[in-house]
Design a protein around this ligand. Structure first.
Ligand SMILES: [Zn+2]
Length: 100
């Protein structure tokens, strides 16, 4: 289990939301706004999964813009892979028909 962390907008420090989850569960969390009492500044902060990260994976927040770029690259890769798999699936029925 890893703690879900956010960056305190007042102090700029990484603070724990006191929520612990598995990395796989964390990625599946809905992007709803949650509220927490910040241990660093004592104020209430609203946070979402997109601005939070797991304590074991600090890179998620530090490289937020890079992550978006990587996601865009992944999306274009997926498109390429999709067109490739379409070509492959065109061949598959033929061989399936040849081999009963
Ligand atoms: Zn704070």
């Amino acid at each position: 289990m890893s703690s879900v962390m956010i960056k305190c907008p007042v102090t700029g420090r990484a603070v724990s939301t006191a929520i612990e989850t598995e990395p796989n569960s964390f990625r599946r969390l809905p992007k709803v706004t949650a509220r927490m009492r910040c241990p660093a500044c004592g104020q209430d902060h609203e946070w979402t999964v997109s601005s939070a990260w797991l304590s074991g994976e600090p890179r998620l927040v530090a490289k937020m813009p890079v992550q978006k770029t990587a996601a865009a690259q992944l999306a274009s890769r997926n498109r390429t892979a999709a067109s490739r798999s379409t070509e492959t699936s065109c061949d598959t029925p033929r061989s399936a028909m040849v081999t009963p």
